[in-house]
Design a protein around this ligand. Structure first.
Ligand SMILES: Cc1cc2nc3c(=O)[nH]c(=O)nc-3n(C[C@H](O)[C@H](O)[C@H](O)COP(=O)(O)OP(=O)(O)OC[C@H]3O[C@@H](n4cnc5c(N)ncnc54)[C@H](O)[C@@H]3O)c2cc1C
Length: 391
């Protein structure tokens, strides 16, 4: 096959990139190892920044968020006996939307199928070739095991943290930065109406907890747990008891309503950046180039921001053989990536218990400042609600 851009990975970054390219008249072929059903069912992120929603609307993909998204003005920050609301609209002029990654993935798949775009699911053996030339190509075996080759003007590595694109960059021309945190999140999805109107981020001596939601009838909740935690050690009753304690059940009349748990998983916390996000005709986007701990709700939004920059860069490269935007892509994207890396690290280290009593006092001091100073609150609001795509 011959196309303009070969895209590896049909997650949010890959499918959105294919959509934005198509709007610019650029053809693509998407290659994905998992089945369409598997990708669609993955329970992951759930918060969209205002810039992400603006971009989806401008791309004709906003109907789902507008119909099923829940616009939130802010979040609650709390620690024992204290709960404070931060109103992002008042503080930074922007809101966020609760909209599950599963819902966004469904919108992207629907748009891709309506347009009849080429997406190969259930592939194996993806390999990248001749990236240093103007004629890169990708090989793989399709779901029937038939070998395939896609020749393209550029390859977009949108294949997440474990795909082959990241390691296709020569090690001696690549820098990586990594931080592994000494704790994980135990996340549950529950068929119960949320006990809160907006997300609660709770500092607690037993560990961080968070109350999020996916819809009016589905709640998403998290507990800080040690690395290596086995979900088998956390029966539902234990989870709800820990959530009730950490989220302040009974405090000022607030109650946490438990419900049937439909999904349970452990998510390790990690920060990672690979630079540059480009080698020859290969361009990385989303989790393929960086990972953030989920505390700042940035992973999905960064993937969207990357492809918003990459699509016009590839458009100019393919159509006009003009490499100006493509050459600038990595530096431009990394500015925003590092801002989000910092914010995600900052939220994580402010809210998670490290076991060091000195850290705990610093965290409480920081929380008191963020919730009582307009300057402190505005800094959090500006970063959480999201900076402009080109920041
Ligand atoms: C387990 C998990 C839980 C998360 N939970 C949260 C959360 O609670 N809150 C939050 O804000 N963020 C969360 N995130 C982060 C957020 O979901 C990601 O940042 C987001 O999915 C990034 O989108 P992406 O398209 O770049 O990568 P991905 O969504 O990872 O998509 C990459 C795609 O590439 C495919 N692929 C991999 N290898 C190959 C190959 N060899 N050939 C072809 N295709 C390949 C993968 O199957 C996948 O479909 C979570 C991430 C993970 C991994």
């Amino acid at each position: 096959m011959r196309t303009d851009v070969a895209i590896i990975g049909a997650g949010p970054a890959g499918l959105l990139l294919a959509h934005l390219l198509a709007a610019d008249g650029i053809a693509s072929v998407v290659v994905e190892t998992r089945t369409k059903e598997y990708v669609a069912a993955r329970i992951r992120a759930g918060i969209l920044e205002s810039a992400s929603v603006d971009l989806l609307r401008a791309a004709g993909l906003g109907a789902g968020v507008d119909a099923g998204g829940d616009q939130h003005r802010g979040i609650y920050l709390q620690w024992p006996s204290q709960r404070h609301h931060l109103d992002f609209v008042d503080l930074a002029g922007r809101s966020v939307w609760v909209y599950g990654q599963t819902q966004l993935q469904a919108d992207l798949v629907a748009a891709s199928e309506a347009a009849g775009r080429a997406v190969y699911y259930g592939t194996s053996g993806t390999a990248l070739h001749d990236l240093d030339t103007g004629h890169p190509f990708v090989t793989f075996a399709d779901s029937a095991g038939t070998p395939q080759r896609v020749d393209a003007a550029a390859v977009a590595g949108c294949d997440g943290s474990f795909g082959p694109s990241r390691s296709a960059l020569p090690a001696d021309q690549t820098s990586t930065w990594e931080r592994v945190y000494p704790y994980s999140w135990l996340g549950i999805l529950a068929d119960v109406a949320p006990s809160t109107d907006e997300l609660i981020y709770a500092w607690h001596p037993d560990g961080f907890a968070m109350h999020s939601m996916r819809s009016a009838t589905v709640s998403r909740l998290y507990l800080q747990v040690p690395n290596g935690t086995d979900t088998a050690d956390w029966p539902d009753d234990r989870i709800w008891a820990a959530l009730a304690a950490r989220l302040g059940h009974g405090q000022d009349g607030w109650t946490l309503t438990p419900g049937p748990v439909t999904d349970k998983s452990v998510l390790p916390m990690r920060s990672f950046v690979q630079s540059p996000m480009r080698h020859g005709r290969l361009f990385l986007a989303g989790d393929a180039a960086h990972t953030v701990p989920p505390t700042g709700a940035k992973g999905l939004n960064l993937a969207i921001a990357d492809v918003a920059l990459l699509a016009p860069a590839l458009g100019r490269l393919v159509r006009k053989n003009d490499a100006a935007l493509a050459d600038a892509y990595s530096d431009t994207a990394l500015r925003r990536v590092w801002r989000c890396e910092h914010f995600s690290w900052w939220m994580t280290t402010m809210l998670h218990i490290s076991g060091d009593p000195f850290d705990a006092q610093l965290q409480l001091s920081q929380l008191r400042w963020v919730t009582s100073s307009t300057a402190g609150a505005a800094g959090l609001a500006e970063n959480y609600a999201g900076l402009p795509i080109g920041f």
